[in-house]
Design a protein around this ligand. Structure first.
Ligand code: BG6
Length: 506
C-alpha cells in the first residue's frame, strides 16, 4: 500500500547536473514502482529561462539517459507531472511568485500543503533560500508539512558549519531539515545495521577483545573530472571522510539501537562521533597522510596530474588522497585503531570495510606462511556488493598446512532483487518523513570538530608533506607507514594489475 502523503516536490537548481542525473531518474523509478502518491507534482526552479514544455523535454531525455529501472514505458505520464518556474534566488518577489505558483499547482492537482524544497544548488545559497522561503511563509506547517533538503558540504569547517546551523534553525526546525549523505542511502551501508544486529554470531565478537583493527577504504579510479573548481575548495578529507566515511564508521561502531526509530539510530551514531579520540596537533604527522595524484600513463594513455585538471591551480596543494588513523574512546573500542583512506585516481573503484580479527592466542600451525591467523570480514559496499569472510583451512594432504579460503556472498546472487539507487531510497524516505538515513546537526558538527586539527594543520603547516602519487597507484607509500606493524598492510582488493603495474580491475 502506498502510504506517502500527496505532496509537491520543489527542486531548486532544476537545470543542474544532479537533477538530471540523479533526482529526476530516481523519482521516475519510484513512479514506475507506484511509490509516488497519487497526487504528486514536481516543480523545477532555477535561474534558467524556460517553460514547462522545455523542462519536460530536457527531463525526458535525462530519464532516457540515466534511468535506473528497466522500464521506459511510463516516461510520458511522468513528465506530465513536471512544471517549471524561473527564479531569482536573492529576490523576495521571486519567492512571492513561487508561492503563488505552488498554490496554483496545489489547487489544480488537489494537493494540500505538504511540500519538499530540495536545494540542489551551490552551498552558497543554503542560507538565503531557506530564509526567503520562510519570509513568504513557505516554512509554515499549518496547511501540511514542509521539509527542506540540503546536500553536502554542510559548511566548509566547524566555524562555517555553525553559521549554517544558525541560518537554518532560525526559521526551520531540526525535524524539517533533511541533510543528504548519499552513502547512507546505499543498500550495503544500510546492511551494516542488519549484518550486525540481525545475526547473533557477529555481535559477541564485535569489540576490542576480538577485533585487532578496522580498515575503511574508498578508492575511485576517476580523477576530479569537471569538478576541479569545487574540489579545490574541498579535497579528499572534506569531500569523502568528513561525511560519507565517518557515517560508515558510525554504523560500524555504534551500539545496538533500542528500536528502529530514527532518533534511536541517530542517537547511537552521535555517541560514536562524540567518542572520537581528539586528534592532537603534535600527532598529526604520524596519523594523517595526504597525497595528490601526478600525471602518469595508464594502459598507454596519458592521464593528467591533478594540477593539470580544469579549474585547478597549477600550484594547488589540495589533497586528492587522505588516510587517517584514529581511536574511539569507549568501552567497546578502547585501543582499537581505525584506519580510513579515500582517494581519487587509485587503481580501481571500491568501497569496503575490513574487520580484522585478532590472531589466535596460540599459534599451532606456524609452518605455513600463507596463512596469517587473523580472520577478516570484508564488507564490500561497492561495486560487487557483498560480504566476504576469510579464514584458514587445512590444505588437503599430509601435515597441517593451513591456507586462506573465502566464504563469499555477492548481492548479485539474489538475482531477482534489484538494488535501488541511494537517491531512490532517500527521496522516498523524505516523502515518508523518515529521517533515519539523514545526518543530524550534532553529527555534522562533531565530525567537523573531530577533523578540525587536521584541516588546520594541512592548511597552515607548510612542513607537513603533501606526497605525490602517480595516477593509477594506491596512493603515497607513506600511507603504509600509518598502518604499522610488520604483518599489517592495507588490503589491496585488486587482482589484475596491468602490464605496467599501474592499473587494475576487480
Ligand atoms: C561525492 C563526492 O559525495 O561522492 C565525489 O563529492 C565522489 O567526489 C562521490 O566521487 C563518490 O560517490 P560514490 O557513490 O560513487 O562512491
Amino acid at each position: 500500500m502506498n502510504i506517502i502523503d500527496n505532496n509537491i516536490y520543489v527542486i531548486f537548481g532544476a537545470s543542474g547536473d544532479l537533477t538530471k542525473r540523479k533526482l529526476v531518474p530516481a523519482l521516475y523509478s519510484l513512479f514506475v514502482q507506484n511509490q509516488l502518491p497519487e497526487n504528486f507534482v514536481l516543480l523545477g526552479v532555477s535561474r534558467s529561462e524556460f517553460g514547462d514544455k522545455e523542462f519536460r523535454r530536457i527531463m525526458k531525455s535525462s530519464i532516457n539517459e540515466f534511468m535506473e529501472i528497466n522500464d521506459g514505458t511510463m516516461i510520458d505520464d511522468f513528465v506530465n507531472k513536471l512544471f517549471y518556474k524561473t527564479i531569482n534566488f536573492n529576490e523576495i518577489d521571486s519567492y512571492k511568485n513561487l508561492k503563488e505558483k505552488i498554490i496554483e499547482l496545489r489547487t489544480n492537482h488537489k494537493i494540500n500543503g505538504n511540500t519538499i524544497f530540495y536545494l540542489s544548488t551551490p552551498p552558497s545559497l543554503y542560507g538565503i533560500i531557506p530564509q526567503n522561503l520562510a519570509a513568504v511563509g513557505l516554512n509554515s506547517q499549518d496547511d501540511g508539512w514542509k521539509r527542506i533538503i540540503i546536500e553536502k558540504p554542510f559548511g566548509y569547517d566547524l566555524k562555517t558549519a555553525l553559521i549554517l546551523k544558525d541560518q537554518l534553525l532560525k526559521d526551520w526546525t531540526e525535524e524539517q531539515i533533511f541533510r543528504i549523505d548519499h552513502y547512507l542511502g546505499k543498500e550495503t551501508v544500510q546492511n551494516l545495521l542488519v549484518t550486525r544486529f540481525a545475526n547473533g554470531i557477529f555481535e559477541p565478537l564485535w569489540n576490542r577483545n576480538y577485533i585487532n583493527h578496522i580498515e575503511i577504504t574508498s578508492a575511485e579510479s576517476i580523477g576530479v573530472e569537471k569538478r576541479g573548481g569545487y574540489y579545490e575548495s574541498s579535497g579528499a578529507l572534506r569531500d569523502m571522510v568528513q561525511n560519507h566515511l565517518l557515517q560508515v564508521v558510525g554504523l560500524i561502531a555504534m551500539e545496538s539501537p533500542s528500536s528502529l526509530e530514527p532518533i534511536a539510530i541517530r542517537n547511537e551514531i552521535l555517541k560514536v562521533f562524540q567518542s572520537f579520540h581528539p586528534i592532537q596537533k603534535e600527532d598529526i604527522k604520524n596519523i594523517a597522510i595526504r597525497g595528490q595524484y601526478l600525471a602518469s600513463k595508464i594502459k598507454g594513455a596519458h592521464i593528467p596530474g591533478y594540477r593539470e585538471e580544469e579549474g585547478v591551480k597549477p600550484e594547488s596543494v589540495t589533497e586528492t588522497y587522505a588516510a587517517l588513523k584514529f581511536y574511539i574512546d569507549n568501552w567497546r573500542w578502547g585501543g582499537v585503531p581505525f584506519y580510513i583512506r579515500a582517494g581519487k585516481r587509485l587503481p580501481t573503484r571500491v568501497t569496503e570495510v575490513v574487520i580484522h580479527f585478532k590472531p589466535t592466542p596460540h599459534v599451532l600451525f606456524s609452518k605455513n606462511a600463507v596463512w596469517q591467523s587473523g580472520n577478516q570480514l570484508v564488507i564490500r559496499i561497492q561495486p560487487d556488493e557483498g560480504i566476504l569472510l576469510k579464514f584458514g583451512m587445512k590444505t588437503p594432504g599430509t601435515g597441517f598446512d593451513v591456507q586462506n579460503v573465502n566464504m563469499d556472498f555477492h548481492y548479485s546472487d539474489l538475482s531477482n532483487q534489484r538494488i535501488p539507487s541511494a537517491y531512490e531510497r532517500l527521496l522516498h524516505d523524505i516523502m515518508k518523513g523518515d529521517a533515519t538515513l539523514f545526518a543530524r546537526t550534532e553529527e555534522v558538527l562533531e565530525a567537523w570538530k573531530f577533523l578540525a586539527p587536521v584541516i588546520d594543520c594541512w592548511k597552515n603547516d607548510k612542513d607537513v608533506p603533501l606526497y605525490g602519487y602517480p595516477a593509477g597507484t594506491w596512493g603515497p607509500d607513506n600511507a603504509d607507514v600509518l598502518i604499522e606493524g610488520k604483518t599489517m598492510t592495507w588490503r589491496y582488493p585488486c587482482k589484475n594489475l596491468s602490464d605496467d603495474g599501474l592499473y587494475c580491475e576487480l
